[in-house]
Design a protein around this ligand. Sequence first.
Ligand SMILES: Nc1ncnc2c1ncn2[C@@H]1O[C@H](COP(=O)(O)OP(=O)(O)O)[C@@H](O)[C@H]1O
Ligand SMILES: Cc1ncsc1CCOP(=O)(O)O
Ligand SMILES: [Mg+2]
Length: 280
Amino acid sequence: MSAVVASATSADAASTVVPADDVADRLELVRESAPLVQCLTNVVVANATANILLALGAAPAMVDIPEEAGLFAGVASAVLVNLGTPHAEQRAAMEHAVRSASTAGTPWVLDPVAVGALPVRTALARKLAAARPTAIRGNASEIMALAGVGAGGRGVDATDSVDAAAEAAEALARRFGAVVAVSGAVDLVTDGERTVLVRTGHARLTTMTGGGCALGAVMAAFLAAGGDPLVAVVAASAVYTIAAEIAAERSAGPGSFAPAFLDALAGIDGEGVRARALLA
Ligand SMILES: Nc1ncnc2c1ncn2[C@@H]1O[C@H](COP(=O)(O)OP(=O)(O)O)[C@@H](O)[C@H]1O
Ligand SMILES: Cc1ncsc1CCOP(=O)(O)O
Ligand SMILES: [Mg+2]
């Protein structure tokens, strides 16, 4: 059996294995259901995020004004709330969307971009986290800052390691009943009881703006398919990072990586997942 796998990173959460077959099944479900993913995301990555969701087989919709966001969250398959450029209108829209998603039972993902030193988004992230997102996704410094440990990273980038964020991630997961995903060279996914490390990936993902933010949207797409949310988030991370490996082999630098990544996401299937997971 090939696995995307892991070992425990702290004394508190047990290591869990997610078989590559489960990842492949989740990918097939996303393709079959073409989930409608509502994105309230930052202006830097909105276009890249829509293209990445389309390449995967999902249907993106950037519905982020206060008068429409709540209405749409009631019919969307999943919602992404990303705090990268949280203008006042969008902040209001986020609160409507979160309320409506919670009422409708729609899965939603919180991405606390650059939380820590910046006051407006930090307060908003804490408020939204208390509304119990299905998943919280961030880099190590963002997850630590949201958990109340450390002052955040350097702008939108992490200054802490994924290892250093493991305990904060597990504590956050338990506090809010969410799956928490920490990105980095090795991605960590935890629900506070089980922790999985996703070892696939390529550093060139960090040279493309949206490398982290679009991952949150992809997690929303996988959560829309239902089932164990920990497995859904692991599957999203695995498919995404395996596609990055394939794209890195077919590109020469950041410029050619971005379109190669779209092609790799569109082309990846269960066999591709199993082949790479075996190498991880
Ligand atoms: N050093 C690295 N090597 C390989 N993959 C990485 C590395 N750092 C980040 N990644 C990948 O890049 C994506 C974005 O992660 P990251 O840069 O941590 O997010 P953010 O943009 O939120 O800071 C994730 O899929 C992660 O697995
Ligand atoms: C550069 C920047 N500034 C505010 S949001 C944003 C995008 C960050 O996207 P990612 O961290 O996914 O590259
Ligand atoms: Mg980044």
